[in-house]
Design a binder for this molecule. Structure first.
Ligand code: GAR
Length: 201
């Protein structure tokens, strides 16, 4: 089974969805580690409930992003991590992380990329007046939410939607989309050629 590290900064409900799929045998993988940049994040409690090891760091205590990423990469390599899943990890990454893990690092974003990248993807779509938005899982490259797209799930925007109601529907879509993609990767079905992603049978 492939070894996964989940990076998260907040509630960790996507970690939860992934961990339940792994626990129930729907994904043939093991979650080895949760990496978190916020000591108070609820994802850490969820990780403990699943007996997943955690690594928490405070970015302020480092001279640069590169400095803490070097530590993280060393740890990931020591643990033999095959796949990094960014699930609500709210930090930009540098080449220190991207170079060794390009093609083995994915991110979930709460919009249909390339629309509404960056922070507050849900609110951006609402503000813009879009009628359809959704969730995207993509490989991470050096840009902000610019990497090759693996899969997307559309979500309709209703006239009555607020940040809360729309956000909740997008999250529901995420809890299906992210485990589905991780399952494909665990089965060795996802190939990447330039920007082109193919899902093999
Ligand atoms: C998710 O909705 C994810 O798409 C979003 O953060 C949320 C984390 O929720 N990610 C981004 O906005 C990345 N720019 P969670 O901590 O409950 O999984």
């Amino acid at each position: 089974p492939i070894k996964i590290a989940v990076f998260a900064s907040g509630s960790g409900s996507n970690f939860q969805a992934l961990a339940e799929n792994v626990r129930d045998g729907r994904i043939h993988a093991s979650i080895e580690l949760v990496v978190c940049d916020k000591p108070s994040a609820y994802v850490l409690e969820r990780a403990r409930n699943f007996q997943v090891e955690t690594y928490t760091f405070s970015p302020k205590q480092y001279a640069s992003r590169q400095a803490y990423e070097e530590e993280i990469v060393a740890m990931l390599q020591a643990k033999g991590i095959d796949l990094i899943v960014m699930a609500g990890y709210m930090r930009l990454v540098t080449s220190v992380l991207v170079e060794p893990y390009y093609g083995r690092m994915i991110n979930i974003h709460p919009a249909l990329l390339p629309a509404f990248p960056g922070i507050n993807g849900v609110g951006q779509a609402l503000e813009y007046g879009a009628k359809i938005t959704g969730a995207t899982v993509h490989f991470v490259d050096g840009g902000t939410d610019t990497g090759p797209i693996i899969a997307q799930q559309a979500v309709q925007i209703d006239d009555q939607d607020t940040l809360e109601t729309l956000g909740a529907r997008i999250q529901k879509a995420e809890y299906e989309l992210l485990p589905k993609v991780v399952g494909w990767i665990a089965e060795g079905r996802v190939s990447l050629d330039g920007r082109k992603v193919t899902i093999n049978n």
